[in-house]
Structure formats: C-alpha cells, structure tokens
Design a protein around this ligand. Structure first.
Ligand code: HEM
Length: 195
C-alpha cells in the first residue's frame, strides 16, 4: 500500500495490509505443522484455537463493543472449539493467566476481534480440508463452519461496522498494534502446541 492508498483505504483494509507479514508467518507455521496429516495433528491446531478464543472470550460480553459491532455475542466461538476438542477426545489446555485484562482499551479490543473474525475467512478453506479427516460442522470442525448467511457476508457486516467507529490517530494505531499482538500471540500458541 502506498501513502495515497493508505489514506483512502478503509480501516479493515489498512489492518489487512499492516498485518500481512504476521498473518503470512502464522499461516506458514500452521501449515508446516501438517494439521491435516491426521486427527492428532488437527487436534493440536484445535488446542491453538482454544487458547486464542479463551484469551478473547471476555470481549464478547463487553457492552461497549456490543453497541458498536453486529451480533457480537453470536460471533463467539469458544463453545464450538471446546466441542471440537471433546469430539476428538482431547483434554482441554490447562488454565493460564488471562492475557487480556478487563480494562483492555476499546481500540485494542477491536484489533483482537478483527483477527478473530478474519480467521473465519481463512477458516472456510481449512474447513474444506478438514473434510479429508472426516470432520465437519457436526463433528470436530464445528468452529470452522461458515455462518449460515455465508462467511463473506458475515465478515462484511463486521468490517462495515468496524470501519465506521470514530477513532483518533492514536487509537487507530492502537487497533493495528493490538491486531499484530493478536497474530503474534496465536503464533506463540502454535509454538507451544507443536513443539
Ligand atoms: C488461527 C490462525 C489464523 C488467524 C488468526 C487468521 C487470521 C486471518 C484474518 C484476520 C484474515 C482477514 C484478512 C482480511 O481480509 O482483512 C484472514 C484471511 C485469510 N486467511 Fe487467515 N488466519 C489464520 C490461519 C490461516 C491459515 C492456516 C490459512 C491457510 C493457509 C489462512 C488463510 C487465509 C486466507 C486465504 C484468507 C483470505 C480469505 C479471503 O479473503 O476470502 N489463514 N485470516
């Protein structure tokens, strides 16, 4: 993105550009983990997702965020990831200190939620691949299944709302930094689960 494009782009487009490197590194690391080789490998990916969705779980009950974003509570995926892990007879990852405190500033919360929601888009590809392991929306890959309205439409509804939240330049940077931190934290979870 050049300077003019940066000014004209929407917030979600700027987020995509700013996190391209951290997203690319994460995709590569996950695929290098051969998550579709067998159900055991896939379960490691589920444990990564569980850790990520547990980190952000409190955000879905945040009233200030709910006022800004459509269907916030419905977008929560921790219950589905948990059921996926149970389907594969996995023990849930043990408790850890909360990464995101209750006083997380709103712009930072938007950055984390951008990453969680966006991961549904890439998730549609992963969902198809999980079919090779006999996993689907009813067993083992529930959390990757597209929203009944379609993943793209559900994503556009989210980004349309995200793009219209009024923020200062400083808060704008907080959103980007938080999205980058979210990608890096998922990367840490991958290192832990695939060690
Ligand atoms: C938990 C891990 C992951 C997270 C947090 C994540 C996050 C994201 C985010 C935030 C976006 C939206 C980008 C945007 O349009 O603004 C996205 C899209 C995408 N991701 Fe990932 N991703 C993850 C894993 C993967 C993996 C493993 C792949 C496949 C190798 C993948 C492939 C894609 C693709 C192809 C898109 C674009 C889909 C489209 O535009 O229709 N992602 N992901």
């Amino acid at each position: 993105m050049n300077a003019t494009e940066t000014l004209e782009a929407t917030r979600s487009q700027r987020l995509k550009a700013a996190t391209r490197a951290s997203h690319g590194a994460l995709d590569k690391r996950i695929m290098a983990g051969e998550i579709f080789a067998d159900r055991d490998r896939f379960a490691r990916f589920l444990r990564v997702q569980y850790r990520f969705h547990r980190d952000i779980d409190a955000l879905y009950a945040n009233a200030a965020l709910d006022a800004l974003l459509p269907d916030l509570a419905e977008r929560r995926r921790l219950p589905q990831v948990t059921r996926d892990l149970h389907d594969l007879e996995q023990v849930l990852p043990g408790p850890v200190p909360m990464r995101l405190g209750p006083d997380l500033p709103l712009p930072a919360a938007l950055g984390w939620l951008y990453v969680a929601e966006g991961s549904n888009l890439g998730g549609t590809i992963l969902y198809k691949m999980a079919g090779q392991l006999g996993l689907d929306a009813d067993f083992g890959a529930r959390h990757l299944a597209a929203h009944p309205d379609g993943a793209a439409g559900h994503w556009r509804a989210f980004t349309a709302a995200l793009d219209t939240v009024l923020l200062t330049a400083e808060q704008e940077q907080q959103v980007i930094d938080a999205a980058d931190a979210a990608f890096r934290s998922v990367h840490d979870h991958v290192e832990l689960e695939f060690a």
